[in-house]
Design a protein around this ligand. Structure first.
Ligand code: FRU
Length: 486
């Protein structure tokens, strides 16, 4: 494995082997705990474990021993996604044990420091999906407490209907009563569009947001899936009324679609809602195997509610601490394109875009533009749109170049646009709407950035970004070890 892999992010959490969903997000005794879907043996999705990392600042992550390993029982084919809660003071993981092509809910109990986990001898705790539903999948967990009662939502899909959030209730996490669907989707509505809710909902995450009382909404985030294909992440804004979720609106969580997938959120001690998601790869299986790693964990996102209940997402303020040198601060039309380079950058733009105007921002560009990844903001009669053109991101014809785009809330053409470049990981935020993607330029001089605006003005600040230490010393040390293969 190359210690100088040009696509490997330096300030995002990555690991050796395979990584997908964030799991069990918890703030506990001064540390953030991030568990994740993990195959330590090879960068392929197979026999999934729960990896475990901790951080005191959401930036520097220390990898701890694996938390869950597939056993000989109901999780012999994998320990799939789930959450961590405390019940009667006992740290408890609820996860999906996979065996023989399907999943069932399982428990594991942890030591107070959350590092060692003992599986419940009576797993699975729910032995089958509800018998009255013709279900195509049954997995992933969201838990919350109402008084003495635990409530749980399990992700599902009902044949001929669509995705479903199935609601359960328990006193002790061991014995569960099925209450019915909290919400179901319709697989015929919006089919083929960015708002299609698919045939199954993965990784449902339900939480209240906004001021308690009149300003409070409930949010239901889910990852829309269709016949084994991960599609995109959406959210409902609505209200919880007893055993039903009453939806008021459906929205895209991230304009990057599958590149910000299977997110999970948590509340920290200060009451902030923080979210992490999985940045899938946009390169071939062979390229992932050659690299020795697959999958990037997003930066922590701070999620707040706008007055209408829709989400405003932004990198958690902690991310600013990764800024190293301020490379430019001034009028964007004077950006010294030739000198401003980097594959670890934070670009912050305050844009004023009159009607009809456009702004192009290129990153990871070679001097001759043979490779370049281009963000486009357009103020059209339908409002402001952000798109990402990756058609010339890479001279490698095997990487994903799907165009990504969507609309940005902006009443007056003002847009605050932030673009974080970390090698192949690109996270951008326009007025609180993210667009996440991956890009894999082949040339070593694909480091340039540039800005072109047809009318209006932009103030720009550009910083170089530090690497987090785990990604340099600890990691190169670790991958040099001989990893067993499947
Ligand atoms: C989402 C997902 C979950 C599942 C896990 C398996 O990416 O498919 O539904 O629990 O990944 O790794």
């Amino acid at each position: 494995l190359a210690a100088t892999d040009p696509h490997r992010p330096e300030f995002h959490f990555v690991t050796a082997g395979w990584l997908n969903d964030p799991n069990g997000l918890t703030f506990h005794e001064g540390l953030f705990h991030l568990f994740y879907q993990y195959n330590p043996y090879a960068p392929v999705h197979h026999k999934i474990h729960w990896g475990h990392a901790v951080s005191s600042d959401l930036l520097e992550w220390e990898e701890l021993p694996i938390a869950l390993t597939p056993g000989t029982g109901p999780d012999e084919d994998g320990c799939w996604s789930g959450v961590l809660v405390h019940h009667d003071g006992v740290p408890t993981i609820m996860y999906s044990g996979r065996k023989g092509g399907s999943e069932l809910p399982c428990l594991a109990f942890g030591t107070p420091d959350l590092t060692q986990w003992r599986k419940h001898p009576d797993n699975p705790v729910i032995s089958a999906p509800p018998a009255d539903l013709d279900i195509i999948a049954f997995r992933d967990h969201c838990l919350w407490q109402e008084g003495d009662t635990w409530r749980q939502v399990i992700g599902s899909g009902v044949r001929g209907v669509g995705g479903a959030a199935l609601l359960y209730e328990s006193r002790d996490l061991r014995s569960w009563t099925y209450l019915g669907p909290l919400l179901t989707g319709n697989a015929e509505t919006n089919k083929g569009t960015p708002l299609w809710t698919g045939t199954m909902w993965e990784c449902i995450d339900v939480f209240p947001l906004g001021d308690a009382g009149s300003g409070q909404h409930h949010i239901m985030v889910f990852s829309a899936w269709d016949h084994g294909v991960t599609m995109h992440t959406l959210y409902w804004v609505g209200q919880m009324e007893g055993d039903r979720f009453i939806p008021e609106g459906l929205h895209r969580l991230d304009l990057g679609g599958r590149f910000f997938y299977a997110p999970q959120s948590m509340r920290d001690e200060a009451g902030r809602r923080l979210m992490f998601g999985w940045l899938q790869e946009g390169r071939s299986d062979a390229a992932q195997i050659a690299a020795g790693w697959s999958g990037v964990m997003s930066l922590p996102r701070l999620v707040t509610a706008r007055p209408d209940g829709t989400l405003h997402q932004h990198p958690a303020p902690e991310v600013d601490r990764l800024r190293s040198r301020l490379l430019f601060d001034g009028d964007g039309s004077h950006l010294p394109t030739a000198e401003l380079t980097g594959d670890q950058l934070d670009v912050e733009l305050d844009v004023t875009l009159p009607p009809g105007a456009t702004l192009e921002v290129k990153v990871r560009a070679t001097p001759d533009n043979a490779e370049q990844t281009v963000y486009l903001l357009e103020h059209t009669t339908n409002g402001v749109r952000l798109s990402l053109d990756r058609s010339t991101s890479s001279l490698d014809p095997t990487v994903d170049t799907t165009p990504l785009s969507g609309s940005i809330p902006s009443s007056d053409g003002k847009v605050s646009l932030r673009i974080l470049v970390d090698h192949s990981a690109l996270e951008s935020f326009a007025n609180g709407v993210p667009l996440t993607a991956r890009a894999y330029p082949t040339r070593h001089d694909a480091l340039g950035i540039g800005l072109r605006q047809s009318a209006g003005q932009t103030t720009a600040r550009v910083w170089s970004m530090n690497s987090t230490s785990r990604n340099t010393t600890a990691h190169t040390h670790r991958v040099s070890a001989d990893l067993p293969r499947r």
